[in-house]
Design a protein around this ligand. Structure first.
Ligand SMILES: Nc1ncnc2c1ncn2[C@@H]1O[C@H](COP(=O)(O)OP(=O)(O)OP(=O)(O)O)[C@@H](O)[C@H]1O
Length: 574
């Protein structure tokens, strides 16, 4: 047999950036993006992204061998050298420029860093300095936030150049005429620019900081190859057809919107951009644009399911909703599906750039009662096609746990979309990506007999009561079934006798405010539905539960509150 290997024709680096050119050829006249009254076609989006790449490249950002055809006027761009640190950060909601940057920035050879704009100024200033960003794009409404961020830079630190993204639909204080704006920058770019292809598919393409749910955010770096695989996988796994109408309810700054900016381009779909949203805005956008697809954390499903009648509109047809990012309680899935949404559930991390595992649906499950369907759908599922493997392993032995849906272990993953590593943090990288070939997620789960994985907790959230490991997620999912409960989070409260006991923090639905349940009622309700050791011994009502900027409940904040409560009085009845 001949010995074949890679050759010049089959080993060109893969990248999701190439999807744009193809889509502009096929769907050039079709709408690519809608934002208020602004509508672009795919050929316009393609040219705008090339302009952006060209303009950035003239700032000296590209690897050095690309000469811009029309050098921009120096007076507009000033002088800035981005050669040594090619990170370009952006602080913006889901507006057209944010979408274009997912192509235009890496097409210039730079690495895109989308910063969560709900973070506080201190954290953002740390992230910008950590990534040594030399250029920051900022949404016009976030200018005051960025000013605060820059004020926190030490006097000796180099400040990034700022480019403001204006918005004709928003009232914002006028900018100085000398200010560099996104559109001015684009005007300097060449729409025929030959974009900078990666020299290797392992070249970094994006940097994303994790949500900071369990600790300080970590800078996750992904390469072209990983993003190419996850993008294609995300389309196949969710069965996204050609030309979907996709509503941007998931922030693009959250793990690059699970890689759907590139995915919707690949499918030639319409990106419906929303700067801000609530239930009424989402229902209205679905009706106006005849949305077919949208993504959101379970908190978004909860918002849709618990929306007042005045905010709701009947759905025109099937709307596919993909949820991930936190455990979706079965009760919330059930309620959302009852409204006509077709919900798919997946699991992923910033470190996998999107969904690596999904609850692949089996036809025979359609015949089950709705509550049973929701229970099955709340499981995280099986590996997506492009992933090599997922397993749940015992921390001590490194062996797979029993497939009994009961034995807990750490969820580990292997596949092309696993990150390159954490920026400037070799220690954390080595802890997460180990020599045994697994990426350690830090999530605790079980493997069911049918090969489906289910998350039981994050390792830091597991409650150990009387020596028994107790899944806070399981208790929460039952609490979500209580008719008065809007949101539930269960954390450990220290206990002199049991070590820890479950403490439930609840926010109630608006309609329950007239006759809110008492703590004892909730406890009694739980005792009828779960083993006694799992029943919360304390119930705390709050108007709202604290959340991270990506909508995840901040359990560490609640854990601190529970810790301060000290040990509960020793129960006599257990
Ligand atoms: N379908 C899901 N069900 C349960 N949990 C999920 C699901 N999808 C994601 N998660 C949780 O979200 C985590 C990934 O979230 P993300 O990458 O946004 O940062 P974070 O882990 O919240 O923040 P940090 O790592 O800084 O604490 C997973 O490790 C898991 O705990």
């Amino acid at each position: 047999m001949d010995r074949f290997g890679p050759n010049a024709a089959n080993s060109c680096p893969v990248t999701p950036l190439g999807f744009l050119e193809r889509t502009a050829t096929v769907y050039g006249d079709c709408p690519s993006l809608v934002y208020n009254r602004t509508v672009f076609t795919w050929s316009q989006t393609h040219r705008r992204c090339l302009r952006l790449a060209s303009a950035l490249s003239s700032l000296g950002i590209s690897p050095g061998d690309v000469v811009p055809l029309q050098p921009p006027p120096v007076s507009i761009l000033g002088s800035v050298s981005l050669k040594s640190d090619p990170f370009v950060s952006v602080l913006a909601p889901n507006v057209p420029a944010m979408y274009e940057m997912h192509f235009g920035v890496p097409m210039s050879g730079a690495v895109l860093n989308t910063v969560n704009l709900r973070l506080d100024a201190r954290t953002i200033s740390i992230l910008l300095r950590h990534s040594a960003s030399k250029l920051v794009f900022v949404d016009v409404l976030s200018r005051p936030l960025l000013d605060d961020v820059l004020r926190l830079f030490p006097a000796s630190a180099e400040r990034p150049r700022v480019v403001t993204i204006e918005d004709p639909y928003e009232d914002a204080p006028p900018l100085q005429s000398s200010a560099l704006t996104y559109e001015k920058l684009l005007e300097t770019g060449d729409p025929e620019f030959r974009w900078v292809r990666p020299r290797s598919e392992w070249d970094p393409m994006v940097l994303n900081y994790t949500s900071g749910t369990t600790s300080a955010p970590k800078g996750v770096v992904h390469c072209h190859r990983g993003l190419f695989f996850i993008t294609i996988d995300s389309l196949i796994d969710w069965s996204v057809p050609r030309r979907p109408t996709y509503l941007w309810t998931l922030p693009m700054f959250h793990a690059n919107g699970w890689s759907y900016p590139w995915g919707i381009a690949a499918a030639g779909g319409v990106n419906v951009c929303l700067r801000r949203f609530d239930a009424a805005a989402v229902y209205a956008a679905i009706e106006t644009h005849r949305v077919t697809h949208m993504c959101g954390a379970p908190v978004v499903l909860n918002m849709l399911a618990n929306a007042p009648d005045s905010a709701r509109r009947p759905l025109h047809g099937p709307v596919q909703v993909l949820t991930a990012g936190a455990p979706p309680p079965a009760a919330v899935l059930h309620r959302t599906e009852a409204l006509g949404f077709s919900v798919s559930h997946g699991y992923g991390l910033t470190e996998t750039a999107g969904l690596a595992v999904s609850c692949a649906w089996k036809g025979q499950w359609d015949r089950l009662p709705a509550s049973e369907r929701a229970r099955l759908k709340a499981r995280q599922g099986v590996r997506c096609l492009a992933m090599a493997a997922v397993d749940v392993i015992d921390g001590a032995t490194g062996e797979s746990v029993k497939r009994d849906g009961n034995t807990m272990g750490e969820i580990v993953l292997r596949g092309a979309c696993v990150m390159l590593g954490y920026l400037k943090d070799p220690e954390a990288t080595a802890k997460a990506v180990r020599a045994d070939g697994w990426f350690y997620t830090g999530d605790v789960g079980v493997m069911h007999a049918d090969g489906y994985v289910e998350i039981k907790d994050r390792s830091k959230d597991v409650i150990i009561s009387g020596g028994e490991n107790l899944s806070s997620v399981e208790v929460e999912s039952i609490l979500y079934g209580h008719p008065a409960v809007n949101e539930a989070a269960v954390v450990a409260r220290p206990d002199d006798f049991w070590g820890e006991t479950p403490c439930a923090f609840l926010s109630l639905k608006d309609e329950a405010s007239a006759a809110p349940p008492a703590e004892s009622e909730v406890i009694a309700w739980c005792r009828e539905r779960m083993p006694h050791y799992m029943v919360p011994k304390t119930v705390v009502f709050r108007p709202e539960l604290p959340k991270t900027s990506t909508g995840k409940i901040q359990k560490y904040v609640l854990r601190e509150i529970a810790k301060k409560m000290g040990s509960a009085a020793r129960p006599s009845h257990m």
